[in-house]
Design a protein around this ligand. Structure first.
Ligand SMILES: Cc1ncc(C[n+]2csc(CCOP(=O)(O)OP(=O)(O)O)c2C)c(N)n1
Length: 574
């Protein structure tokens, strides 16, 4: 007699789910027993439920398919929450199974009682309590459909006793009824005509591309070609548009390139493509702005748009192209490209090191990017690892870059790498971890060993919560609470049976990374990098404060004066 849990597992298997990340518990026994009996869906035993949720998010990002995590009642599923916020805000299809206390005890203030339907409401689009067996067939199918089609988190809250009850008879769902194909969304012809007129009338068009340009590389580059428009990208746009793109002028935003900022500031028409880029101070003041996005709610909420078109970027741009005039002037594009060259050169100059000298994180990432395979998957921790990845990891259309780019949570990288590696055991998966981020969920280093996941964990051991230290100093505060008294993480890894490589000398970098990437198993690289590193945003007047000047002086005193002056000249003073 199949149980409610069996029925749930059956639907997940039909939807193509291959693994569930989580930690077992009494209230999850029905589910884990159903998984054990059925086989085919692997239980991914992690050490912290937050890791489970981040791993599901990592898998969903890397595969662009549904991924699943689970937590037992009360604290067990509560631990999922941060990773679920990340998945939801990154618009990743994740189903979370939150086991609940016995149904008869709900509302009695029982041991481990929480209100999961309320807790998870804010980080999901679908969050329902399954209180009777008759609900399960529809509830699990709805959760899967919502997660896949809306690209969101869906949560099913199931009391442990309900999992164990006999399932009601119901036809098994069909795969295409669960994995709904993505629709093609096109704006009406009239709106396309209006947009074409606006762009044809403009003299200096810039494109701002976000994660919504996924799958639209060819169309967007053709659009830039026709409009002679520089392409600026956001962090989430990087993996989809930066590569094989002669119109690329870098990223904008606080951690972006001066050239990205200027290409936005100097246009007379900005076309936003699949982006909800949140920092309003980076939008042009005087340009006309148009926006194409699949989500109506994203239109106009960051900058005042004159035209908003609801549509997917690929098909909307494809339909727009024939309406655009040819033979446009190239001055704006040329200026933006040469500015980009200058920015790029200044940044590349940071990515070097001398034997016996200090190890700079830019150098480490540059070398990693050079040596990593053509289809490597990189995950980057929030903090400076995201900055270095944005600037020094080269994408190519096969490589992936995963981060916590919307929710902005620390400790995302290694857990996301767990999910990406589980889904792609043959690909290189590399976690660029902060020493703060890594230690936050350090217990799951053991998961790499236990689940035999050959993730390469590169830890930027700068002895500091560096990004915050930088923010404190650049805002005129004294450094406070950022120092990390770290062990040698390579030795720590060796103690738990994982290969550890410690790098301090720039001369050892090339060999150290080669050795790590060649190793058939997990590796921890402890890169002892410079603490006082310069992660300069592009020119923002507000940042030219006294605090910032003091910070710059301190950098000079710490021996990076020459590079600072060059970088400042290239990035700040133009
Ligand atoms: C869970 C969480 N806590 C706090 C923060 C605030 N925060 C952002 S970056 C950062 C420092 C990250 O330090 P580390 O991982 O050592 O990387 P670094 O910047 O030093 O390279 C902190 C504390 C956050 N984003 N997420």
């Amino acid at each position: 007699m199949p149980t409610v849990a069996d029925q749930m597992v059956e639907a997940l298997a039909i939807a193509g789910v291959r693994r569930i990340y989580g930690i077992v518990g009494d209230s999850l026994n029905g589910l884990t027993e159903a998984l054990r009996r059925k086989g085919g869906i692997e239980w991914m035993h992690v050490r912290h439920e937050e890791t489970a949720a981040f791993a599901a998010a990592g898998e969903a990002h890397a595969t662009e398919r549904l991924a699943v995590c689970a937590g037992s009642c009360g604290p067990g599923n509560l631990h999922l929450i941060n990773g679920l916020f990340d998945a939801h805000r990154s618009r990743l299809p994740v189903v979370a199974i939150a086991a609940h206390i016995p149904s008869a005890e709900i509302g009695s203030g029982y041991f481990q009682e929480t209100r999961p339907e309320e807790l998870f409401r804010a980080c999901s689009s679908y969050c329902e309590l399954v209180s009777s067996p008759a609900q399960m067939p529809r509830a699990i199918a709805s959760a899967i459909r919502r997660a896949v089609a809306e690209r969101c988190v869906a949560v099913l809250v199931v009391p442990g006793d309900v999992f164990l009850q006999a399932a009601v008879a119901a036809p098994a769902p069909q795969p295409v009824s669960l994995n709904l194909p993505r629709p093609i969304v096109l704006p009406p012809e009239e709106a396309l005509d209006q947009l074409a007129t606006m762009l044809n009338d403009a003299e200096r068009v810039t494109l701002l591309c976000g994660g919504g340009v996924v799958g639209a590389h060819r169309e967007v580059v053709a659009l830039a070609e026709r409009l002679k428009a520089p392409i600026v990208h956001t962090l989430r746009g990087k993996e989809h548009i930066e590569w094989a793109n002669p119109y690329d002028v870098g990223m904008t935003g606080l951690i972006g390139f001066a050239s990205g900022y200027h290409a936005m500031g100097s246009c007379d028409a900005l076309l936003m493509l699949g982006t909800d880029f949140p920092y309003r101070q980076f939008y042009p003041q005087d340009a006309r702005i148009a926006q194409i996005d699949l989500r109506p709610e994203a239109i106009g909420r960051r900058a005042p748009v004159e035209l908003g078109l609801v549509g997917d970027v690929k098909h909307t741009v494809g339909a727009l192209l024939p309406k655009l005039n040819r033979g446009r002037r190239e001055d704006h594009l040329r200026a933006a490209l040469s500015h980009y060259q200058a920015s790029r050169t200044a940044l590349d100059r940071q990515a070097t090191g001398k034997a016996g000298g200090r190890l700079h994180p830019q150098h480490v990432v540059d070398e990693l990017s050079r040596q990593a395979s053509g289809d490597a998957i990189f995950t980057a921790d929030v903090g400076l690892p995201t900055v270095w990845s944005a600037r020094h990891l080269a994408m190519n259309g096969q490589r992936r870059l995963i981060g916590s780019f919307w929710h902005g949570s620390m400790a995302n990288a290694m857990p996301q790498a767990i999910g990406a590696q589980a889904a792609f055991p043959e690909r290189q998966v590399i976690s660029l971890s902060g020493d703060g981020g890594f230690t936050m969920l350090m217990g799951d280093l053991l998961t790499l060993k236990q689940l035999n996941l050959p993730v390469k964990v590169l830890i930027f051991n700068n002895g500091s919560l560096g990004f915050i230290e930088l923010e404190q100093k650049s805002s005129g505060y004294l450094e406070f609470g950022t120092t990390l008294d770290n062990p040698d993480f390579a030795a720590l890894a060796r103690a738990v049976g994982i290969k550890g490589i410690h790098i301090t000398d720039p001369a050892a970098l090339e060999q150290g990374i080669a050795e790590a990437l060649a190793h058939d198993g997990p590796v921890v690289i402890d890169a002892q990098v410079e603490r006082m590193e310069l992660a300069m945003p592009p020119r923002i007047t507000a940042q030219m404060t006294k605090g910032f000047t003091a910070y710059m002086l301190k950098a000079v005193l710490n021996g990076r004066g020459d590079e600072l002056v060059e970088l400042a000249a290239a990035n700040l003073l133009r």
